[in-house]
Ligand binder design. Structure first.
Ligand code: ATR
Length: 279
């Protein structure tokens, strides 16, 4: 029997998830099929239900449906509840849908294990306060940083996020401008949706020090504008979000298939994976 999965988004042609999951299937010797499915806000719920009734075992959800996916799930994992977003749906035979969020834990695994940067005690700057930031803050706080400072263009969104997570650890917030009067950060993470248009968030250079690690949750074939800005301002340790993508996929695979594939071999095929999609 072939286990069937799909990624649902708009657009999805750029998704490298099929290539990653097919590789996981080979690595764990499971037969599976993983496709891309386009949806609209109006068709999304019906598409998920159709996928389940046609025998699908699960699906991934990408932009812009992660928040909408919360509303169609029967149960949510703690990470999905805190994130207010679902990126992985587990489909049960009794017809129920369980929503998970593996994005934040994927980010944490990539930074701590792959990049070998323990977050404990670090001053972390989260740039952006949208869905991507919200998914990451809970898992980041679980790694016990000295603080997570959220900076956003719209300060009300940063404040709201800071209040949501205040009980889980030390969280602060500000506008981009107000960052000019704060101490530098050990880890700076871009979680804004800027970058596809070749622009970077307007950050002051004092947020960086010589050992700052810069992480862009976005990935694309060329270096992202945020990482270029960091490099131009003296940062030598940095990464795009490809590793996060692979690690969140491995956690989704674990939920569906009960085994977590070893991700190292997937990194060796990075070029092949990226060329499998319109990135
Ligand atoms: P996602 O799910 O990708 O996080 P989102 O929830 O729409 O998408 O959030 C997008 C993030 O990128 C927000 O932090 C947004 O800032 P605002 O809250 O002020 O809208 C940020 N962002 C997008 N375009 C931006 C721009 N041109 N300048 C600054 N921040 C921008």
């Amino acid at each position: 029997m072939i286990n069937r999965y799909t990624i649902i988004g708009q657009p999805v042609a750029q998704s490298v998830s099929p290539a990653i999951h097919h590789m996981f299937g080979e690595l764990t010797q499971r037969r599976l099929q993983y496709t891309r499915t386009e949806a609209t806000s109006d068709s999304f719920a019906a598409i998920v239900k159709d996928w389940q009734s046609s025998g699908g075992k699960g699906c991934n959800i990408t932009a812009p449906f992660k928040e909408l996916a919360v509303t169609i799930c029967d149960r949510l994992s703690e990470n999905a509840r805190l994130a207010g977003a679902v990126n992985t749906i587990q489909m049960h035979r009794d017809g129920s849908l369980v929503g998970h969020n593996t994005d934040g834990i994927g980010l944490l695994t990539d930074i701590e294990k792959n990049k070998q940067l323990p977050i404990k005690g670090l001053r972390v700057l989260m740039v952006g306060a949208g869905g991507a930031a919200r998914g990451a803050i809970g898992p980041l706080l679980s790694a016990r940083p000295a603080c997570v400072h959220i900076a956003n263009r719209t300060i009300e969104r940063a404040e709201k996020l800071a209040n949501t997570f205040a009980s889980l650890g030390p969280v602060a917030y500000s506008s981009f401008d107000d960052l000019s009067s704060v101490e530098s950060f050990d880890l700076v993470i871009n979680a804004t949706s800027m970058g596809f248009d070749n622009s970077a968030p307007p950050l002051p250079v004092n947020i960086l020090h010589t050992e700052t690690f810069a992480y862009d949750m976005m990935y694309k074939a060329q270096q992202t504008p945020f990482l270029t800005w960091c490099e131009q301002n003296g940062v030598t340790h940095f990464s795009d979000g490809f590793g996060m993508l692979v690690e969140q996929a491995a956690d989704a695979y674990l939920i569906w298939e009960g085994v977590r594939p070893k991700t190292r071999k997937v990194y060796l095929a990075t070029d092949e994976i990226i060329s499998s999609a319109n990135v």
